[in-house]
Structure formats: C-alpha cells, structure tokens
Design a protein around this ligand. Sequence first.
Ligand SMILES: Cc1ncc(COP(=O)(O)O)c(C=O)c1O
Length: 324
Amino acid sequence: MTTILSRSNPYPLTPQAEAGVAPGSRDIEELVGNTPLIRLKNLAADLPSGVRVYGKAEFFNPGGSVKDRAALSMVRDGERRGLLSPGKTIIDASSGNTGIAYAWIGAALGYQVRICLPENASPERKKMLKAFGAEVTLTSAQEGTDGAQRLVKEIVAREPGRYFYPDQYNNDANWRAHYHGTAGEIWEQTGGQITHFVAGLGTTGTFVGTTRRLKELNPLVQCLSFQPEFPLHGLEGMKHLATALVPGIWDEHLPDQQLWASTEEAYTMVKRLAREEGLFVGISAGAAVATSLKVARTLSEGVVVTILCDGADKYLSDRFWDED
Ligand SMILES: Cc1ncc(COP(=O)(O)O)c(C=O)c1O
C-alpha cells in the first residue's frame, strides 16, 4: 500500500505576506514589546517552592533592549504633537540603548538621528549606532550621561528648528510606554499573581511607568527600585541618583523600598545567568537578578518579576568575562 504523506509547508507565510503587504510596511509598533517572561529555575532552585522569580526578556526587542519601548513612544508622541516631522533630526543623550533605539526607529521611519553619549560607552554600542546611520558625538566619561545631556542642550539651543529633542529624562511618553505596555504584559503573563516588581533606575521610566500601572491593578504589589551603590559604577544605563542629575520623571514616593546593587555582584550574576540558565544578558540585568534573588530569599511565598534590560552581546569586549 502506498502511503501518501501530506507535507505541510515548513515556511508558512505570515498573514501580512499572504495579503500581499510588504514586510517594510508593517507598523513597527508590532515589533516592540510583548517580550517573553522567563522563569529562573536553576538560580532560584534553593528558594521555597512557593517562591518564583521571573525575568522579562527585553533583549527580544528589535534594538536589543527595553529602551525600544520608550524611544518609540517618545517618537510617536513627538509626531502627534507636531514636534517631529520629515526633515527634522532626532537628538538625545543616551548611555547607548536609547540611542540605538532611536537609530533603528529613525532609519525605519526616515528620520536622521544624532546621539551624544559618554566616550566610555561600549565599542559595540558605538558601532551599532553607526551601523544604523546615526551621527555620534562623544562626551566626557567622567560626566556620564549628565555631560551628554548638557551638550545636547547646547546643540539644540544653537539650532532649535533643526532638531526634535525628546529628552528621555523629562518626557512623560517615556514612562507611559511602560504604563501602557510592560505592566499589562507582566500582569497577564503572571495571571495577575505578581507580588514583587524589582527594577533598576536610569531615566527611571521603566520603574515609574510599570509601578504606576501595577499599583492600579493591585495596590498590594510591592515595587522595589535599585540603584548602583556608588557614584562610579559599571552598571551601564543606571544612575546613582544622589550624585546625578535627577530625571524630571522620577517620583521618589513610588518605591516601597529602595535597594542598592554592586557592579561586582552584577558581573558575577551575568556569568551565572549565562552558564546556569542559558541567558545571555547585560550588566544591569545581572544586577536586577542579583537584587531580585535577595528579595526572593526573604519570602516564603511570592512571584518576583524583574526586567532583563538588554543582552550581553553589547558587553562582549568587557574584561570581566575573562576574570574568574
Ligand atoms: C542597560 C540598561 N539598563 C537599565 C536602564 C534603565 O532603564 P530606565 O531608563 O527605564 O530607568 C537602561 C536605560 O538606558 C539601560 O540601558
């Protein structure tokens, strides 16, 4: 007897392709967010069975970081308010990830992008910015993103008509991206069971927006922020607020607790995440997991969620990989 095998197409077309819509015409909104929530089973193996720890895998965004959410939200807000229109250049200060987000979004939407970033940003970030066609202006490493912000303000003051300056540190569309996106995703992905939210502070947009919405969904959710423990640190993207320009969008009354993370524990956790969970994440994600595990160790029951802001690929040139 001859068996006729029905062979399903291993490469099915997307609904858009079937409808004859070119991939480039898809809304880029569809590509940002809706990232996986990953349970950290091995690193949390010693915790009581009622305690679970999850990381939101933001490196799944097209630009490789959580900042795609904020950048897209600020760009769209600028367009809606008539501040960004064809011919204008998007300019902002960034430690790298927001810059990369503006750069790919600008390339996709047809806007020029100029980024001021501290000269000690990783070479991978600088290369990615250039790959997307962004103009990069380097500022002093000592002054961090505060120095980059000062330079952007000077550039914009010289030629105000030429630029759209979202100013991610003072733009409500930054935290709103997380209020409307990240928080609801976490809520749904945990079936409303989240008990603790842990996030680090850079512009503070992720923590502020996610916390505001989670508290509306369940006021009992504990929201804990963390910062680098010293002014000079290796947690790229994060700020030591006591010694930095405090972002205008920050609300110091939001955290239920403020915690501190060290660069060393972040490096150690980045390596453990790679080797023990198969997760290749960046330094601030290492700090976020180290902090979340400390929080989880104080619980007998709970669902702790943190943000894995970006992947490790942008930090491959860092020396800590070679140290034991
Ligand atoms: C790697 C990394 N982690 C954490 C953050 C902090 O996120 P937020 O700016 O939303 O506070 C950033 C911000 O740029 C970042 O690039």
